[in-house]
Design a protein around this ligand. Structure first.
Ligand SMILES: [Zn+2]
Length: 575
C-alpha cells in the first residue's frame, strides 16, 4: 500500500468493504463532477465520474446515463458538482528562469523610491543568509524621482552585504556601497567603452552603473548554489500547480537545471511533469548522451530533445525578417545561424533521435527553418514531430512548406496566445500593416496541418493558462482591446484551445500515451476549477480560480488549504 498524502485522506471518504468487480481495492472514485476532457477522437468528452487506481492511473470514466459504481473502491472523492478538467500543460516554459525570477526581489510594482526602499528592507530581513541581495524591475521614471537613486539611499536600508538591482529595461544596475566596494568601483575607476558610472559632484560613484560598466560588479555575483537551484525550482513548481498546470515543456535546459529536476525526483518532490529540451547540442548531449532519456519517476521527467535558437525577438528587433523592420528600415534582424549551420545542428540531433524544437520568430527565420525541416525530412523519416517555438510571423508562401513538413514527419506549432495580446501594438509598429496577416496565425497553422501546442514562455509572461485560453478564443486583451479581436480570423475554437493546452501539448512532447487527457491507461492528472472554459466569457475565463490540482492521483494543491496543499507529497509512484 502506498503512502497517501495527508490531504488526500482528509478529503476522501474511506469506504469499507471491497467487492470483487471491475473496480478493485485501493481504487479511488471521483464522482459528482462536471467532467470534461479531450476524448480519443479529439473532441470534448463529458463525464460525471472517474475511477483511478493506486498507481494514479485512470481506470474508467463514467458518462451521463451510465451507472456510477457504488462499491469496490477504497476512497471516494466528492467532486461537489464542480468542473473537472485534465491538468493543463504549458508547452513552452523556462522552469529555472521562472524559479529564479521568483527568488529575487521584484520592484516592478513600486511607485516611489521610499516604497522600493521599504520593500528592499523587508526582503533583506526575510533573507538573512543570502550573501548578495539581487533583484530588479525598478524605474526612477515611475517613481517621479527625476534622477537615478543612489548607493547612500540603499545603504540606509541594507549596509551589511552587497545589493545589486537591475533597472526595468535591463540596461542599468543600482548598487549599494558594499557592492561598489566588492567591485572596487571608486572615483578613480574609468568606465569601460559603452558603459557609464553615474557620479556625484565630487567624482565618487553615485550607485548606478550603465550598460558596459555593469560587469565591473556583475562578475562578482556568486553563481547560484545547488540549494539555490532547489529553492528556485520549488517556487517555479508551486507557480505551475497553483495555476492548474500539471505538466510543462522546459525549453533550453542546462545540466544544472537537469540535475535540479533529478534531485527533486529522487526526493519525491517532483510534482509537475517536465518534458525537457536541452539548450543547444552540447547541453542536450551532456544530459542525454546517445539519445532521449527514458521517462523517469513515473512519467514525471524525460529529456525529449533539443532546443535551438534561430533568431531573437520582435521587441528588440532581433527577429529575422524577410524585409526591413517597418520602424527601422536599416535592419531586418539577425539570425544566430546560417541555413547551413542550422541544418547541420538539426541533422546531428535528428540522427540521435532527439526531437527538435527551434525558436523562430521572424518570417525569414520561419522560412529558413521550414526549408531545413523539409530538406531533412528526406533523410530522417517517420514520426518526428518537429517543433517551431513561437512561429510568430509566417509569410504566405511558406505555409505550403509547413503543410508538407506536417504531412511527412509531423509539425508542432508551439505558440503562446498571450504574446499576441501583449505584443499587438509593438508588432504593428515593427511589421507594418502588410505582414500582420501572418502574425500569431494560430488558425492558419492548424489549417495547414500543424498540431497546436499552447504555452506562456514564462517568465517572459506569467504561466497562466487561463489568460492564454481567453486570448486564444478571442484575440482580445485583458482590457477588452481591440473590440472584435485583433486579426480575429486567427481565433481558435474553445475545443481547439483546450486541446492545445492538454492533449495536443502532451502530443507535442511524445507524451500522449501517458497524460494530457483523462482516459483509461493515462495518468490521473486533473484539476477542479470554478469556471467552465467551454461556456464562460473570455474575461470570466481569464479570472478562473483553480480549486485543486491533482497529479498522478495525488493532490498537490488545494486553494482551501494553500499551506497544507503545498506541503502534501505526491504519492510515491508504483510504476
Ligand atoms: Zn522561451
Amino acid at each position: 500500500m502506498m503512502a497517501r498524502p495527508a490531504l488526500f485522506a482528509a478529503l476522501a471518504v474511506l469506504v469499507t468493504a471491497p467487492a470483487a468487480s471491475e473496480t478493485a481495492w485501493a481504487d479511488t472514485l471521483v464522482d459528482n463532477v462536471q467532467g470534461q476532457t479531450i476524448g480519443a477522437d479529439g473532441h470534448v468528452e463529458r463525464f460525471k465520474a472517474m475511477v483511478f487506481d493506486d498507481a494514479g492511473v485512470v481506470k474508467s470514466l463514467i458518462h451521463e446515463g451510465e451507472k456510477t459504481p457504488k462499491k469496490g473502491f477504497q476512497y471516494r472523492i466528492d467532486g461537489k458538482g464542480r468542473i473537472m478538467l485534465p491538468g493543463m500543460i504549458d508547452a513552452h516554459v523556462h522552469v529555472m528562469g521562472t524559479g529564479f525570477a521568483a527568488l529575487t526581489l521584484d520592484l516592478s510594482d513600486t511607485k516611489s523610491l521610499s516604497e522600493a526602499l521599504a520593500k528592499i528592507a523587508d526582503y533583506a530581513k526575510a533573507h538573512p543568509d543570502r550573501p548578495w541581495l539581487l533583484g530588479g524591475g525598478w524605474n526612477q521614471e515611475r517613481w517621479n524621482l527625476g534622477r537615478f537613486p543612489t548607493a547612500a539611499e540603499l545603504d540606509a536600508v541594507v549596509a551589511d552585504r552587497p545589493v545589486w538591482l537591475e533597472r526595468a529595461d535591463g540596461h542599468a544596475n543600482w548598487a549599494n556601497s558594499a557592492a561598489l566596494k566588492a567591485g572596487a568601483v571608486t572615483a578613480a575607476t574609468q568606465a569601460p567603452a559603452g558603459g557609464e558610472i553615474i557620479r556625484l559632484a565630487d567624482g565618487t560613484p553615485a550607485g548606478v552603473l550603465v550598460d558596459n560598466a555593469r560587469p565591473l560588479i556583475e562578475k562578482l555575483v556568486p553563481p547560484p548554489t545547488a540549494r539555490d537551484y532547489d529553492t528556485a525550482f520549488a517556487l517555479a513548481q508551486q507557480d505551475f500547480y497553483r495555476r492548474g498546470l500539471t505538466a510543462v515543456a522546459d525549453m533550453g535546459a542546462t545540466m544544472e537545471d537537469w540535475q535540479t529536476f533529478r534531485r527533486a525526483g529522487d526526493a519525491n518532490t517532483l510534482y509537475v511533469r517536465i518534458m525537457v529540451y536541452g539548450a543547444g547540442i552540447d547541453n542536450t548531449i551532456r544530459i542525454g548522451g546517445p539519445g532521449p532519456t527514458p521517462w523517469l519517476y513515473a512519467d514525471r521527467l524525460r529529456l525529449n530533445g533539443i532546443k535551438l535558437l534561430l533568431d531573437g525577438a520582435l521587441g528588440s528587433r532581433g527577429a529575422w525578417l524577410k524585409a526591413p523592420y517597418h520602424d527601422r528600415p536599416e535592419t531586418r534582424g539577425l539570425p544566430n545561424f546560417t541555413q547551413t549551420q542550422l541544418g547541420n545542428l538539426m541533422s546531428r540531433a535528428a540522427m540521435d533521435n532527439y526531437q527538435i524544437a527551434v525558436h523562430a520568430i521572424g518570417d525569414e527565420a520561419n522560412a529558413v527553418l521550414l526549408g531545413a525541416m523539409e530538406d531533412l525530412s528526406q533523410t530522417y523519416k517517420g514520426d518526428r514531430r518537429w517543433r517551431i517555438e513561437h512561429a510568430q510571423v509566417i509569410d504566405a508562401p511558406d505555409w505550403p512548406v509547413a503543410a508538407r513538413v506536417a504531412k511527412s514527419v509531423g509539425l508542432i506549432a508551439s505558440m503562446q496566445p498571450i504574446h499576441q495580446t501583449s505584443d499587438r501594438l509593438m508588432a504593428e509598429a515593427r511589421l507594418g500593416p502588410e505582414r500582420l496577416a501572418g502574425a500569431y496565425a494560430w488558425a492558419t497553422a492548424k489549417a495547414n496541418g500543424a498540431s497546436l501546442a499552447f504555452g506562456s514562455d514564462t517568465p517572459v509572461e506569467r504561466a497562466d493558462p487561463w489568460a492564454g485560453f481567453a486570448a486564444a478564443i478571442s484575440r482580445i486583451d485583458e482590457n477588452g482591446q481591440p473590440a472584435g479581436g485583433w486579426q480575429p480570423q486567427e481565433r481558435v475554437t474553445r475545443e481547439t484551445a483546450l486541446a492545445a493546452y492538454t492533449a495536443d501539448a502532451a502530443y507535442a512532447g511524445f507524451a500522449e500515451k501517458r497524460f494530457g487527457r483523462l482516459a483509461p491507461g493515462l495518468r490521473a492528472d486533473f484539476i477542479f476549477v470554478d469556471t467552465d472554459p467551454m461556456t464562460a466569457t473570455p474575461s470570466a475565463i481569464r479570472q478562473t480560480k483553480v480549486l485543486e490540482t491533482w497529479v498522478g492521483g495525488g493532490k498537490v494543491w488545494d486553494a482551501a488549504t494553500p499551506e497544507g496543499g503545498t506541503q502534501s507529497a505526491a504519492p510515491a509512484p508504483k510504476r
